[in-house]
Structure formats: structure tokens, C-alpha cells
Design a protein around this ligand. Structure first.
Ligand SMILES: [Zn+2]
Length: 265
């Protein structure tokens, strides 16, 4: 096995004080047995064991009032851990988006994480569209949880509408662009307008479907991620290598696509 450079683009971290409650709640929501607890220190430890070099870290605000506190927390974790790339959060109902984005940028955060099913807003709601425009105009990225077969907030069709209405928005659509809604996600986006992460998905997809995504959208559109603390880095890497992609494709998905998109040297 070549010595791959690896970035994990999807990690959730929580303050020590609330970590077990937060992680339990997510496990219950998805009916999945969480592999880790979810502090920043634990992430570095688990990730390093699997050879991960850098981690995009985030945490979505369930209610608008949590936005500034979470952004402060993510920024503080990034100061503590140089291997972290911080994504803050926003909410469609948050009042002071422009100022908060300016504050995020000042603190060195590179993007925004959203999870409409937890946050309870429709991705293509007019208020959300305004928020996405502000994110784009400030040259920030957005990592969006997309898809659920039980809720309507984050459907792939809504994500596609956002990209149509906010051209140039830099989107990473999590979970192949539509968790448990892969049939829609496979067709609904225009190739070249969106990036995907492949976290929390391959346990539930057959290999043929995964390959259909690579064929339609191109290997250059995919980033590797774990959705920590839900899954373990080592096991997720094994699952990825089981696909049997070429060394070149592995390198692109594990590191190069993200490094190129984010201008890492
Ligand atoms: Zn997530």
C-alpha cells in the first residue's frame, strides 16, 4: 500500500462538557452506534493512528442563538490543533449573518457547516438563499448535510436549487450529495458545480452505485471523510480501499482534490 497523504473533510467535535450528550443524540437520530465520543483531542489521536494529516472540523448550531458560541469553540480548537481546518456554522434564522461571517473569517475559519434536518430549515428557503449568497460573496466554503429519507429539509433537489440560485457557491455536499437519497443525488446536480464528501454512505450503498457517482461527476469532485465521531478513521479507510480504485484516483480523493480546491501547499 503506498503511503497516502490523507485529509478527512468531515469531522464533528464538541466541548468536553456536552460531548456525550451531543454524540448520543446523533446516534439516536440516525440509529447508528457511534464509534467515538467526539472531542478535538480524541479526533487527533484516532486520526493520527490512521495516518490522517489534516481534519476539517465543524459543529452545526441547532438553534440560531448557538451560532457565535460554536464559532468561538471551533476557532479555539483550531488554535490548539494546527492540523484542524475550521468550519463554523450559521442558521437560516440567524439575524446578523454578515457580521458573523466577518468574525468567522477574522478567526481563520474557512467555511460554514449546515445540517438542515437538525436545524429545521429548508435548504432553498428564501432566507437560506440569502445566507448562501453571503457565504459565496465572502469566499467561504459550505459543507452541507444533504438527504434523508425521513425528512424534507435537506433533499438533493433543494440543494440543486440552491446551486442554481447562487452560482459560484463553493459547496461540499456531504454523503454523496444525498444521504439515503442516492438515486436522486446521482442525477440532480450539474457536474462541475459541486463537490461531494463520501462519508457515512458506503455502508449503505452497493459498489456499482458508488462507481456510478464517480462516472457521472468525475473523480475530481469527491473528497474523503469519516463523519467522526460516528465512524472510525481506520475502518472507513479500509472500506474506501476495498473499492479498488487506481492509485491515482485514491490520491485524488484522499488528498489532492481538496488540497487543490482549498489552495493548500
Ligand atoms: Zn456532518
Amino acid at each position: 500500500m503506498p503511503d497516502y497523504r490523507i485529509i478527512d473533510v468531515h469531522n464533528h467535535i464538541y466541548p468536553e462538557k456536552i460531548v456525550s450528550k451531543a454524540t448520543d443524540a446523533i446516534g439516536d437520530f440516525y440509529d447508528i452506534n457511534m464509534q467515538h465520543l467526539g472531542t478535538g483531542d480524541e479526533l487527533v489521536e484516532a486520526g493520527k493512528r490512521a495516518g490522517i494529516e489534516k481534519f476539517v472540523v465543524c459543529s452545526a448550531a441547532t438553534i440560531p442563538q448557538q451560532v457565535p458560541t460554536i464559532n468561538n469553540f471551533i476557532a479555539a480548537e483550531c488554535e490548539k490543533h494546527p492540523e484542524f481546518i475550521g468550519f463554523g456554522t450559521l442558521h437560516a434564522e440567524f439575524e446578523d449573518t454578515e457580521n458573523e461571517i466577518a468574525r468567522m473569517k477574522e478567526m481563520g475559519l474557512r467555511g460554514v457547516k449546515l445540517h438542515p434536518d437538525f436545524q429545521k430549515f429548508y435548504l432553498d428557503d428564501p432566507k437560506a438563499i440569502e445566507m448562501f449568497k453571503a457565504i459565496r460573496d465572502n469566499d467561504m466554503w459550505v459543507l452541507v448535510h444533504v438527504g434523508d429519507d425521513r425528512y424534507d429539509y435537506s433533499q438533493p433537489e433543494r440543494m440543486a436549487r440552491v446551486i442554481e440560485k447562487v452560482p459560484g457557491l463553493k459547496v461540499i455536499a456531504a454523503h454523496f450529495g444525498g444521504y439515503r437519497r442516492w438515486a436522486s443525488a446521482l442525477n440532480v446536480y450539474k457536474p462541475g458545480t459541486i463537490y461531494f464528501d463520501i462519508s457515512s454512505s458506503m455502508h449503505f450503498m452497493d459498489e456499482e452505485l458508488v462507481y456510478s457517482f464517480f462516472d457521472r461527476y468525475g473523480i475530481e469532485s469527491f473528497f474523503w471523510g469519516t463523519d467522526f465521531p460516528m465512524w472510525d478513521h481506520k475502518e472507513e479507510l479500509e472500506l474506501f480501499f476495498d473499492l479498488g480504485l487506481s492509485e491515482k484516483d485514491n490520491k485524488m480523493i484522499l488528498y489532492e482534490n481538496f488540497a487543490k480546491a482549498f489552495g493548500l501547499v
